[in-house]
Design a protein around this ligand. Structure first.
Ligand code: R2B
Ligand code: URA
Length: 296
């Protein structure tokens, strides 16, 4: 039985034996701990953790969700300047910064937060931006799987000087439901694999970085190769997200809008209004999904 089968429905079980009896646990990057906040009272009803890179976008998403549902939006509950945390009813909106190191900190502290809160059946959804591979700008890519820079489906960690590979998994039920909702809402979407790069420039074969030791032909050969393997977008967090949530036994999905089609260029130059419309698309889709799930 997979970790997900055995644990979904329970409070995520920490695999860390040292955490069981700890009398204090300070979530350093959220700026509060079990001694400074009644975590169960504040977060115990959480059913969804929605996350993505930018703090201001996640404040906006929380405000939009509040406006749409009539649920009040909390103040920023984070007491650190690293991440923001907003809560609208049973939905938390927490940004994770850029790249897997930042995301991993946010995910570990969110999982510990849900553990201390005794929250049950919490789903994690990443709403992000990405570079499309053969998809038109504005297309929402619903990830079916995550792929690392070596083009395998593992999340790689370095622990005690050793390379450790972790399995990745995204919930098929959620992506199926999201696909149906995207059709209903007329949101342009594609399902496909997501390549998780460790940087924005060379790791994504851009030609517009400060360094570039490959040719335009190399770039297009790489994009063609990953497209043939089923990749439809590139971002910088998917393997870590799909692995840590799986390991914790919580269901997870990744929904990212493509800001450009990398087959046509590397620079991201979008008018503000267009950008706002694009960033609304994953929000509209995820909001519709959450409202349906929660019956609100
Ligand atoms: C998408 O956009 C960011 C880089 O601009 C990064 O966090 C990502 O995954
Ligand atoms: N985020 C990325 O990581 N790459 C892009 O091309 C766009 C957004």
């Amino acid at each position: 039985m997979s970790a997900v089968d055995s644990q979904v429905g329970d409070v995520p079980k920490p695999i860390n034996k040292y955490m069981e009896d700890a009398s204090e646990d300070f979530l350093y990057h959220f700026g509060f701990g079990i001694k400074t906040l009644d975590i169960e009272a504040t977060f115990g009803d959480t059913k969804f953790i929605c996350t993505g890179g930018s703090p201001s976008r996640f404040k906006l998403y929380a405000e939009w969700f509040s406006k749409e549902t009539g649920l009040p939006c909390s103040e920023n509950l984070s007491r650190s300047d690293r991440f923001v945390i907003y809560k609208t009813g049973s939905v938390c909106w927490i940004n994770h910064g850029m790249g897997t190191p930042s995301l991993s900190i946010m995910l570990i502290e969110s999982l510990k937060l849900m553990h201390h809160a005794k929250a049950k059946d919490v789903k994690f959804i990443r709403l992000g931006t990405s570079g499309g591979i053969g998809v038109a700008p504005g297309t929402v890519v619903i990830s079916t799987a995550a792929m690392n820079g070596e083009l395998t489906d593992k999340y790689v960690q370095w622990i005690a000087g050793k390379r450790v590979e972790r399995d990745t998994y995204l919930d098929e039920g959620i992506s199926e439901d999201m696909g149906k909702l995207a059709v209903e809402l007329s949101i342009p979407f594609e399902k496909g694999m997501t390549l998780c790069a460790d940087d924005f420039y060379e790791g994504q074969m851009r030609l517009d970085g400060y360094f570039c030791e490959y040719t335009a032909e190399d770039k297009f050969a790489f994009l063609k190769l990953i497209h043939e393997k089923g990749v439809r977008n590139i971002e910088m967090e998917s393997t870590c997200f799909a692995s840590m949530t799986y390991r914790a036994g919580v269901k997870a999905a990744i929904v990212c809008v493509a800001l450009l089609n990398r087959m046509n260029g590397d620079q991201i130059k979008i008018e503000h209004e267009q950008y706002v419309e694009y960033e609304q698309r994953p929000f509209r889709l995820v909001t519709a999904y959450i409202r349906k799930q929660l019956g609100i």
